[in-house]
Design a protein around this ligand. Structure first.
Ligand SMILES: [Mn+2]
Length: 461
């Protein structure tokens, strides 16, 4: 990580924290054991810790003292650990990577905390230090006669969430790389998925391509759904085989140095989209492209979502699936029968990155808005996903209460014919620029013609 940018990040946070009194600790988190083995789950340092320390060490603590500044306490391997997992990184090497002058072994954390006895302690990052202090080579805070100031902790955490919304150059470089790896995997799937292949097999090929291109891991559990499975929003791939005539929905991406991409494409198993598949695909694509075209600084994400909902409602009216005026349909949440999720979310150090909702804005309980994960005005440097979709979800469409409520708004006999259709989603990662937006995943084709051209390559000779 670029040392200058790390220092600048910490300086920005420090000044946004203002006339701060009292110490702050930001633990990275402890490794989680895998039951029945002597190994641990894949480790993700807490995002607040990683953002400010730039390191992914288990059981380490970034501490801040308004008088002396930042100190990183990092674990030093004991003999057992050296035998089983190898030596720990030397503290001076960590200091170089973290761009910090003070890096000490965690054994020194206790003394640092004792020196702050009687001051209000802010705890950010992982809270596992409260329950497993021994993992950080210290006794409990109670033993040390220290108390966490919960109110101050959440105020300081809110400052970090706000600062993390706009990505800096180092973060954007990592996100561009995650996007590149993810595009490569999707391209491979588009070029090689064939009838007879299982969803699981396609997942393995796709993820292998992410890894071959340098991804450290997948950014989230890969979604590969064929036929009706495409309507399950977070579908885990199964042994179901791809069938000619089906469409395949793949929502999967790689993660690079902690930063996620998040990409979805939908394509036919055969060489072409068939009638209604094409109609619905073109509608989702037009909706996605218009939302991207409207994404710019100052634009409220919630408005983008509602405009997309209206466009989908209008398209479904044209296709004879919905009936009525699009605006009324959206006000009554009828669009959400087919587009039940939000237009997208903030992206960065997590698939659903911090700070998606502006302070004071609570998620709505309206059916058409409750899964909207971003509610804020867009600003330069924000990265959001834009991912409209249309699905035929049995859990929604077979519900008698909804059938009654929307009796006259929906052509139910048409819907009944489409209950095994599955779903279509198109998702790109979008960076807000000073005068508009840049699609970080633009290298992955999405026009129906381009998708079909790639699908020709995949067909058996
Ligand atoms: Mn997404």
């Amino acid at each position: 990580m670029d040392p200058e940018q790390l220092r600048a990040r910490r300086a920005r946070i420090e000044s946004a924290w203002g006339g701060l009194r009292g110490p702050v600790v930001i633990p990275s988190g402890l490794p989680v054991p895998v039951e029945g083995t002597d190994q641990f789950h894949d480790f993700h340092a807490h995002n607040e810790h990683y953002y400010l320390a730039g390191t992914q060490l288990t059981g380490s603590v970034l501490a801040f003292d308004p008088r002396e500044g930042w100190t990183l306490f990092a674990p030093v391997a004991d003999e057992d650990e050296r035998i089983w997992t190898g030596d720990s990184e030397p503290l001076d090497a960590i200091a170089g990577r973290a761009a910090l002058e003070r890096v000490r072994g965690t054994a020194a954390l206790r003394g640092w905390l004792e020196a702050h006895r009687g001051e209000p302690l802010a705890l950010l990052g992982s809270t596992d230090i409260l329950h497993h202090p021994a993992g950080y080579a210290m006794p409990s805070l109670r033993t040390l006669e220290l108390e966490v100031d919960g109110e101050r902790s959440s105020r300081l955490a809110a400052v970090i969430a706000e600062a993390r919304r706009a990505k800096d150059g180092d973060e954007l470089a990592k996100m561009r790389e995650a996007a590149r790896q993810s595009v490569a995997g999707h391209l491979l799937a588009l070029r090689t998925a064939r009838a007879g292949m299982t969803e699981r097999r396609l997942q393995v090929e796709l993820e292998a391509e992410f890894f071959r291109h340098g991804a450290a891991r997948t950014a989230y559990g890969s979604i590969v759904g064929t036929g009706p499975n495409g309507a399950v929003l977070h579908f885990s791939p199964t042994q179901r085989e791809l069938r000619d005539g089906d469409i395949v929905l793949i929502d999967a991406a790689g993660e690079h140095e902690g930063y996620a991409a998040d990409v979805t494409r939908t394509f036919p198993v055969g060489p072409r989209f068939t009638g209604i598949q094409r109609d619905l695909y073109e509608l989702v694509l037009a909706t996605q492209e218009r939302a991207i075209a409207k994404a710019r600084p100052g634009k409220e994400y919630r408005e983008l979502h509602l405009e997309a909902a209206e466009q989908i409602a209008a398209g479904l009216v044209d296709l004879g699936i919905l009936r009525g005026a699009p605006q009324d349909l959206v006000e009554r949440d009828a669009h959400a029968l087919f587009f039940p999720h939000g237009l997208g979310h903030m992206l960065g150090l997590a698939t659903h990155d911090a700070g998606g909702c502006l302070a004071g804005r609570a998620p709505s309980d309206r059916f058409g808005l409750k899964w909207l994960r971003a509610d804020l005005p867009l600003q330069p440097g924000y990265v959001v996903t834009i991912e409209p979709g249309i699905y035929f979800v049995r859990a929604i469409l077979e519900d008698p209460a909804r059938r009654e409520r929307y009796r006259d708004d929906v052509a139910w006999e048409r819907v009944d014919e489409l209950l095994d259709f599955g779903g279509i989603r198109i998702e790109d990662d979008v960076l807000i620029t000073p005068d508009g937006a840049e699609v970080l995943t633009a290298a992955l084709p999405k026009s129906a013609a381009a998708i079909e051209a790639l699908r020709q390559e995949a067909q058996p000779a």
